[in-house]
Design a protein around this ligand. Structure first.
Ligand code: DX5
Ligand code: ZN
Length: 218
C-alpha cells in the first residue's frame, strides 16, 4: 500500500486551510509539514502555531518533519499542537534514543530522518524504537529540487535490514518525488511518499496526486 503525503511547503500560504482540504479530498493519506529553523537548514518556515491552526481543518494525520537544531526543545509544543507523527534528523540529535522516547511519551509516532549522504548504519540500533524512517532524496531546505538517484540503493538496503530484523517500520522518502521517480523508490521498498511541488505546483492537484499514487502502485 502506497501512502502519499503532500508537503504544504509548496502550497499557497495565504490560504493554507483550503490547500490542505483540497489535497485531502484528492486522496492524500497524510499532510507533510516541513519545519525549518534557518540553522539546521538554510531556510525558515513554520512552527507549532501552524500545526495548531491546521489541526481542526483535516482528519488526516499531520506528519511533522523537523529540520531544526535541538529538536528536543520543541517536541512537546508540536505534540500539543496536534502532530501525529514527528520525525527528527539523526544529524541534529546527539542523543537520538532519548529524543525518540520523548516523541513517544506524548503519544506521537516517532520517525528518524537521514540526509542523502548519511549511512543507514547510523540508525541500525534504534530501528526497533521507531515507526518510520524518512530517507531524504534531496538536501533538505527547499521544495522543487532534483531527486538524487543515488539514494535508491540506500532505500533497498534499509528495506532489507528491516525485513531481516522482522520489524514493522515503514520507509518514507522526501524530495523530488514525481510520478517518474516514485517508481524506483517503491520498487526498493518505500511505502510513504512526500510530494510538494509535484502536487501543489499543478493546476489539477487531484490528477497530479492520483497519477503519482497509481505510478507507485504499478
Ligand atoms: C525539503 C522538504 C520536502 C519538500 C519536498 O527540505 O523536506 O518535504 O517540501 O518538496 P518537493 O516534493 O518539491 O521536492
Ligand atoms: Zn519534508
Amino acid at each position: 500500500m502506497i501512502k502519499i503525503a503532500p508537503s504544504i511547503l509548496s502550497a499557497n500560504f495565504a490560504k493554507l486551510g483550503e490547500e490542505v482540504k483540497e489535497v485531502e479530498a484528492a486522496g492524500a493519506d497524510l499532510i507533510h509539514i516541513d519545519v525549518m529553523d534557518g540553522h539546521f537548514v538554510p531556510n525558515i518556515t513554520m512552527g507549532p502555531i501552524v500545526v495548531e491552526a491546521l489541526r481542526p481543518v483535516t482528519n488526516l494525520p499531520l506528519d511533522v518533519h523537523l529540520m531544526i537544531e535541538n529538536p528536543d526543545q520543541y517536541i512537546e509544543a508540536f505534540a500539543k499542537a496536534g502532530a501525529d507523527w514527528i520525525s527528527v534528523h539523526v544529524e541534529a540529535c546527539p542523543h537520538l534514543h532519548r529524543t525518540i522516547q520523548l516523541i513517544r511519551s506524548f503519544g506521537v509516532k516517532p520517525g528518524v530522518v537521514l540526509n542523502p549522504h548519511t549511512p543507514i548504519e547510523m540508525i541500525q540500533h534504534v530501528l526497533e524504537d521507531v515507526d518510520f524512517v524518512l530517507l531524504m532524496t534531496v538536501n533538505p531546505g527547499f521544495g522543487g529540487q532534483k531527486f538524487i538517484e543515488n539514494v535508491v540503493p540506500k532505500i533497498e538496503a534499509l528495506s532489507n535490514l528491516i525485513k531481516e530484523k522482522g520489524l514493522n517500520v515503514e520507509i518514507e522518502v522526501d524530495g523530488g518525488i514525481t510520478k517518474e521517480t516514485i517508481v524506483p523508490c517503491a520498487k526498493a521498498g518505500a511505502t510513504i511518499f512526500v510530494a510538494g511541488s509535484a502536487i501543489y505546483n499543478k493546476e489539477d492537484r487531484k490528477a497530479a496526486l492520483q497519477a503519482i499514487k497509481t505510478s507507485g502502485e504499478a
